[in-house]
Design a protein around this ligand. Structure first.
Ligand code: ADP
Ligand code: MG
Length: 238
């Protein structure tokens, strides 16, 4: 579990600032959802937290430690992307084991964690398959399983369900909700799907053009949106 804190975090690409002095606290074990229109900076914020991009100014803390200069592998974070990014030549088992092998975990530890993650996600019967022999939903579960095996303190999800068809989206969303209860890890989840946001979030962060527009529980945002922009995203007319 981890507390994630952003203090005045800004990010520029070349001359253009795309994230403007964002302040945010995510509590231990909290499930926070980022919503906002395409291009508002949701993925960039996740990438800053993960260490895949450097912040231009401001500070980033995980469990109280400043991580601005920490490598992604030092941050205790795992990220699940919209595209599954599995290694095509490896089996499901090998895909899930790979990160742990890189980290030089013991073989028994790797085996135990891969099998436990496979059990949680109900993909035990797929461990010997290659990614091309899986459905989209199964691939995304493998990608989530790969994140679980590393036992991160923080999970980051970037629109993990948007490549799935409607039925699979519902099923995988329920699985992520179960995961939240089971792992008790801190989770930050990007989506543009209102139902996902309302059903998964402890708190929703509404972003617009690189700024935080409003933060609150689903009920607070639904009942008291600060403006029409938030209302438009959360779905209640004022
Ligand atoms: P979202 O995920 O909300 O759709 P992004 O975080 O991907 O938005 O993008 C936010 C803004 O930053 C956009 O204007 C995008 O064009 C810009 N941006 C993102 N990544 C880069 C990059 N590597 N180089 C230049 N501009 C980028
Ligand atoms: Mg994005």
């Amino acid at each position: 579990m981890a507390r994630v804190e952003l203090r005045g975090v800004s990010k520029s690409f070349a001359a253009a600032e795309v994230i403007h002095a964002v302040d945010l606290d995510v509590a231990h074990g909290e499930f926070v959802v980022f919503v906002g229109p395409s291009g508002c900076g949701k993925s960039t914020l996740l990438r800053l937290i993960a260490g895949l991009e450097d912040v231009t100014s401001g500070d980033l803390f995980i469990d109280g430690a400043r991580v601005n200069d920490a490598l992604p592998s030092q941050r205790g974070i795992a990220m699940v992307f919209q595209s599954y990014a599995l290694y095509p030549h490896m089996t499901v088992y090998e895909n899930m084991a790979f990160g742990l092998q890189l980290a030089k975990a013991r073989r028994e530890t790797i085996d135990q964690r891969v099998r436990e993650a496979a059990r949680i996600l109900q993909i035990e019967h797929l461990l010997d398959r290659k990614p091309k022999a899986l459905s989209g939903g199964q691939r995304q579960r493998v990608a989530i399983g790969r994140a679980i095996t590393r036992e991160p303190k923080v999970f980051l999800f970037d629109e993990p369900l948007s490549n799935l068809d409607a039925a699979l989206r519902v099923q995988t969303r329920l699985e992520i909700a179960r995961l939240k209860d089971r792992l008790g890890a801190t989770m930050i989840y990007v989506t543009h799907d209102q139902v996902e946001a309302m059903t998964l979030a402890d708190r929703i962060v509404v972003l617009q053009a690189g700024r935080v527009e409003q933060v609150g529980s689903p009920l607070e945002l639904y009942g008291r949106p600060r403006n029409l922009f938030v209302a438009g995203f959360i779905g209640s007319p004022r």
